[in-house]
Design a protein around this ligand. Structure first.
Ligand code: 5GP
Length: 120
């Protein structure tokens, strides 16, 4: 399975303010910021404020308000970034086979160009 939560991971450090990020919006439950290596004209990461490695950890461990707040923020960011008219993609990599690099649960929002079909 996935490793236990590592408090030294880069997104934990961003949440603690130890390293900077280009913040999009922050709420009680979640933080949205621009990816440091954008793969599309809009490439925003949304992370919950908690010690969650995976979606399964988050959905099992967080309270309902935190889960709702997180997913509402994902949609709000896409809308605020102007992506609703033409569409966009949300994506989350999970574990080794999913290609996850940062072991803090996060959702990517990609938009601003035609993303095309994802082929594994
Ligand atoms: P994943 O874990 O979903 O495979 O990818 C992690 C994402 O985090 C990558 O798209 C990478 O560019 C981004 N990333 C890694 N380190 C940093 C950082 O220090 N700041 C920001 N803003 N993004 C980062």
């Amino acid at each position: 399975g996935l490793p236990p939560y590592d408090d030294a991971n880069i997104f934990a450090r961003i949440l603690r303010g130890e390293i900077p990020c280009k913040k999009v919006v922050e709420t009680e439950h979640a933080l949205a910021f621009h990816d440091i290596a954008p793969q599309a004209p809009v490439h925003v990461l949304v992370i919950p404020k908690g010690r969650w490695v995976s979606a399964a950890d988050f959905h099992a461990g967080a309270d309902d308000a935190a889960i709702a707040g997180f997913w509402r923020l994902v949609s709000a960011v896409a809308k605020d970034q102007g992506l609703e008219a033409h569409g966009y993609r949300i994506l989350s990599n999970m574990g080794a086979d999913g290609g996850q690099e940062v072991p803090h649960f996060h959702v990517h929002i990609f938009g601003g160009r035609r993303i095309g079909r994802m082929v594994p």
